[in-house]
Design a protein around this ligand. Structure first.
Ligand SMILES: [Zn+2]
Length: 479
């Protein structure tokens, strides 16, 4: 394949009138021809190499990708005459905007504030007492910092799960990013929690020119009871959205629920109708083989978000990706919040995932770089139900495009581009980022957002935000 062109019969001159921007001279990560949802069950497919198209041009029209062609077939003069902006980027690699499938963006505020502690202490002694201190304003500035970090690192879409979601939605709208937003709730909030999450989901779905989509945000299987999960599934179907929830985060949670009730967290999601309504599952390191019978029938609407660095740090082992892929279950990549992941860096997350997978299964041939790239792009899109318009560079897809400058010492010589993208590229190698065709990062800088005052305000707020002397908490971790 040398070109991906939706309208091969149309000449350059005919296209010229509709093209806004042409990115020229890049090496394009080609879309895979694999099925959009569910991983191919033939192991040989997993070892298929990633395909790249050198010296290609990507045309953007009205926020989507119009065509991708070899540079030699592009009439730059005609396009320029018709008003298209030419973005020359020889030597750069174009990948789809990355999709952070599970995060709590405003937790950038707690970066480094709960280190070297076990999970229960992380929640009960640090995070939940500190979250008592959060105001809407704090969430706003924490999210601005997170979105800035993500955009600068090539992350154009994030699936957020937090409080004060109206503030987060406004930030996404203002900064030009794309997000799947879910207002978090606990059963301890009574009916109000789910009602607020549902109202948010109904109000914001499709807003910001379609850049915002929504989900319901029950916190976890151990903080939201079965009756509320059942109600969540019903409301999700009524509104026409999915849910985003933490489930089987650790093997301890799975074993604990099996001991208490004889069911796993995944079975609870099944029995309450959550899987049927569609769900993004955060983590799943405690998913066991027996869970596959609950997950498999809903493989077209369930995705698991894998945030490996967090599992290594908190000794949660790993999401069982090979077992899930054998069963056709989609797995995407995420960072989780900065209080556990420390960065919003998706290159770091995919790299950790790839290394952990090899080491965990003692198999150097498993989780090839091409396979890891597939999780980072297409499968992350499928995890949030957007495989039809995100996660691939192809005509008709959203023009969420990241250009990486690979002319760097740590990327030279370039023998294996897929391996370089997974194992060597740094977030700081991201040079240009488009979201819906709009250039939000240019030459490694945000084009329309001044982060300096936000960082100052966060620094000033820090003593108040990390104060735990009030002795209260928003929730108790006791799965
Ligand atoms: Zn999380």
């Amino acid at each position: 394949m040398t070109t991906t062109d939706q309208t091969p019969d149309a000449g350059a001159a005919a296209d010229a009138h509709t093209v806004d921007t042409v990115i020229r001279g890049v090496t394009v990560l080609a879309p895979t021809s694999r099925p959009a949802v569910g991983y191919p069950e033939h192991p040989a497919d997993r070892a298929a190499p990633a395909e790249f198209l050198p010296e290609h041009s990507i045309a953007i029209s009205g926020g989507t990708i119009a065509w991708i062609r070899p540079d030699a077939e592009v009439d730059v003069e005609a396009l320029t005459a018709a008003g298209a902006v030419i973005h020359d980027a020889p030597g750069r690699v174009a990948i789809p905007g990355m999709i952070n499938t599970h995060t709590h963006s405003a937790m950038t505020l707690f970066r480094g504030a709960a280190e070297d502690v076990p999970t229960a202490s992380w929640f009960n002694e640090y995070i939940w007492p500190m979250e008592v201190n959060l105001t809407d304003r704090d969430v706003r500035i924490g999210t601005q910092l997170a979105v800035a970090e993500m955009l600068l690192g090539g992350v154009t879409t994030f699936a957020d799960h937090y409080f004060s979601m109206n503030e987060i939605a406004r930030v996404v709208d203002e900064m030009g990013a794309r997000a799947l937003l879910a207002e978090t709730y606990f059963s301890s909030q009574g009916a109000e929690g789910l009602d607020r999450s549902a109202a948010f989901a109904a109000e914001w779905n499709g807003k910001a020119n379609g850049r915002i989509t929504t989900a319901l945000g029950p916190h976890a299987v151990y903080t939201v009871d079965d009756a509320d999960l059942q109600r969540t599934a019903d409301v999700a179907r009524q509104i026409g959205v999915r849910s985003h929830i933490h489930a089987s985060e650790t093997m301890f949670q799975t074993e604990s629920l099996l001991a208490k009730r004889g069911v796993t967290p995944i079975q609870v999601l099944h029995d309450t109708g959550m899987l049927d309504a569609g769900v993004v599952i955060g983590h799943g390191t405690g998913i066991i083989e027996d869970d596959l019978r609950w997950l498999t029938p809903f493989a077209d609407r369930v995705g698991i978000a894998c945030c490996s660095k967090v599992y290594q740090k908190h000794t949660h082992s790993s999401t069982p990706i090979r077992m899930l892929h054998d069963a056709g279950i989609t797995v995407g990549i995420g960072t989780d919040g900065c209080a556990s992941h420390n960065t919003m860096d998706m290159f770091e997350s995919v790299r950790t995932m790839s290394l952990v997978q090899k080491d965990w299964l003692r198999d150097a041939t498993w989780m090839t770089s091409a396979h890891a790239l597939d999780l980072l792009t297409r499968q992350s899109a499928a995890t949030i139900g957007r495989e039809h318009d995100l996660g691939s560079l192809a005509p008709g897809y959203q023009a969420d495009i990241v250009l990486i400058d690979v002319r760097k010492p740590h990327l030279h010589p370039m023998n294996d581009l897929a391996a370089a993208l997974v194992l060597s590229v740094r977030a700081s190698d991201v040079e240009t980022v488009f979201v819906a065709g709009r250039k939000l990062v240019d030459d490694g800088r945000l084009t329309s957002f001044d982060l300096a005052p936000v960082m100052s305000e966060i620094t000033e707020a820090m003593p108040r935000l990390v104060d735990r002397s009030h002795g209260t908490t928003i929730q108790t971790y006791a799965p």
